[in-house]
Design a protein. Structure first.
Length: 287
């Protein structure tokens, strides 16, 4: 370092993001989200959470979006319709991009049950979407809510901006603090899997990536309490075992003991595990 150099000078944030994602996925026994959410039971539990524990966050998110009756909305990483379903009555059309089979199955059940006709699912990763073939035109609003997991983040972000209509909004939501799973994976992974756990890049790096690409996004810092409710520790273990890749009896025993240290009683009706978290809305309007 010379006398005029400072830490951070000359960093390629696109490569820093790619490196962080590769390191995150290289954590031993890591199970990526596409496989995790393709499982029916996981998709259904997430869907139930989105209408219970996630409800305040969903309401806050929708309140902060520019929705209008004539708008077309693109929801990238739509899951079981956490945002797409409540947005649908407020707009002309929602295109929901979601690669996980379990999530799409739950979304389409909701559409059929509720008679919603203005939501269309595209069963692909965002990286594999061909805008000309799959999307059918520009969007007044592009959303990616907790789905910013692409390695080639620059290409993904530029494609989001490209499909937005002039004057349209692109809104990204991503973790600012380590998530519940990252905090407890860091504590558990050495004992469970004999290796450290590496968390992925956060919203601060996402902002720097966008600046490097020539955008000047706005950032809103938000907070919510992630809360899990279970009848007992056995039910909690059944839910978390897959997320922490705890498969053997010994691993499940270690995870159960860890969960017992986190659980609080809930009025004699079960247990609650909570985790406070901050996240960021990183957004811009297309020029």
């Amino acid at each position: 370092m010379t006398g005029t150099d400072c830490p951070g000078d000359g960093i390629d944030w696109l490569e820093a993001w790619r490196c962080g994602q590769r390191r995150h996925r290289s954590s031993r026994s890591y199970d990526d989200g596409r496989h995790l959410w393709s499982r029916d039971e996981n998709a259904r539990r997430y869907d139930a959470s989105s209408r219970d524990e996630y409800a305040p966050r969903v309401e806050e998110t929708i309140a902060g979006l520019p929705l209008s009756p004539g708008a077309r909305v693109l929801d990238i990483g739509a899951g079981p319709g956490t945002l797409a379903l409540p947005i649908a009555p407020r707009v002309r059309e929602v295109v929901a991009v979601e690669p996980a089979e379990g999530m799409v199955a739950v979304l389409e059940e909701h559409l059929a049950r509720d008679g919603i006709e203005n939501v269309r699912a595209v069963r692909k990763r965002w990286e594999d979407v061909d805008p000309a073939h799959d999307l059918g035109g520009e969007f007044d609003l592009v959303i990616a809510s907790f789905s910013i997991t692409m390695d080639e983040i620059g290409e993904a972000l530029l494609k989001m901006d490209a499909v937005a209509a002039p004057g349209g909004t692109v809104a990204l939501y991503w973790f600012l603090d380590p998530s519940f799973y990252e905090v407890h994976s860091a504590a558990l992974w050495p004992a469970l899997h004999g290796a450290p756990y590496s968390a992925g890049p956060k919203a601060d790096m996402l902002f720097l990536v966008l600046v490097q690409l020539g955008f000047l996004p706005r950032v809103d810092v938000l907070a919510f309490e992630r809360t899990y409710r279970f009848a007992d520790l056995d039910e909690a273990l059944g839910h978390f075992a897959q997320r922490f890749s705890a498969k053997s009896d010994e691993q499940r025993s270690q995870l159960r003991a860890h969960l017992a240290t986190l659980a609080a009683a809930r009025d004699g009706e079960g247990i609650v595990i909570s985790h406070p978290s901050r996240y960021a809305k990183v957004w811009w309007q297309k020029k």
